[in-house]
Design a protein around this ligand. Sequence first.
Ligand SMILES: Cc1ncc(C[n+]2csc(CCOP(=O)(O)OP(=O)(O)O)c2C)c(N)n1
Ligand SMILES: [Mg+2]
Length: 357
Amino acid sequence: MAVDMFDRAEIIDKGFVEKVLKGRLPEAISGRKSIQNAAQHLLVDMFDTQIMSRHLDLWARRSKGQTFYSIGSSGHEGTAALAAASRQSDMAFLHYRDAAFLIQRKKQAGGLTPLYDMALSFAASADDPISGGRHKVLGCTHSYVPPQTSTIASHLPKAVGAAHSIGMARRLQYADAALPQDAVILCSFGDASANHSTAQGAFNAACWAAYQNLPMPIVFLCQDNGIGISVRTPGGWIEANFSRRPALHYIGCDGLDMIHAFEGAQAALDYARLRRKPVFLHMRTVRLMGHAGADVEASYAELASIEAAEAQDPLLHSARIVMEQCGFSVQDIVSRYETMRARWTGSRKRRLANPAC
Ligand SMILES: Cc1ncc(C[n+]2csc(CCOP(=O)(O)OP(=O)(O)O)c2C)c(N)n1
Ligand SMILES: [Mg+2]
């Protein structure tokens, strides 16, 4: 049967298995160390999170009539690394493509059901524990993730306020502070959102405070996929704009490679935690399956550029990494991927009963 070139979910899904089986994996990204043996379990754990996030997207795209306007996280699964490197109590204000972050954080907390909760949110169910029925809200009270919607940049001033509150609570010797004194605030957004006046005001306030040595322990994570809906971000703009701001420490990392992303996240967190200063963590990502379910990417992008992004699928990079670093076989990878699919495509009853989801 002919492949429908508009159905990128199908192409990416089938392509993952095919490319793993045929060994057609993208080349390693240079400039990072190989992770220590002790951290192998972390790589496997992050890879599992990425697979969970991917199948959530695939399920949402294919559940016509059950879910609503779906904004996916595919291509942004590297954000799992920031969750893995941070503490539960590092409060996180998230971008709408941060399913992998939220899954990783909720897994680490234990006893939570990230996939089921997000499925409820995608379906705008009244049972969604974080919003009670508003569509596609990422958040979790238990995991210090205040709920956010897709109103771009609206969460940045709130995040800066939260970072400011940590020092204030200490200064005022406030006994009931919700955050530990060494907590760091995490705040993520896309490359186009960084231009929003609300975002610019938040960066300015953070730098203004840090410039005069007021505590401002925040990691701004910019997930740079080079585009905002159909508008390209000029090449190099984010680095040019944010690497030379007063009192803002800039770190670049590659979200396609989970080791690179983890190293960048660790460096950013260490800096913000120890110095109580803001960090701009610039993470390269790719956007897969278009902006959202209703978007026909082929109407404004060349097929070659869509395919080039798909060839850099972070899950393919992660597959190569767990083979190189953790001794995984091709079959191990395919079996993990298909086991997670089976959880989604199995009977609704079985899925709901599975506490590990
Ligand atoms: C305040 C506001 N203005 C406009 C929009 C419409 N909008 C949704 S996503 C988006 C672009 C975001 O691009 P980027 O920040 O690069 O994130 P990405 O989707 O690429 O991850 C815009 C303008 C919105 N959601 N909120
Ligand atoms: Mg973008």
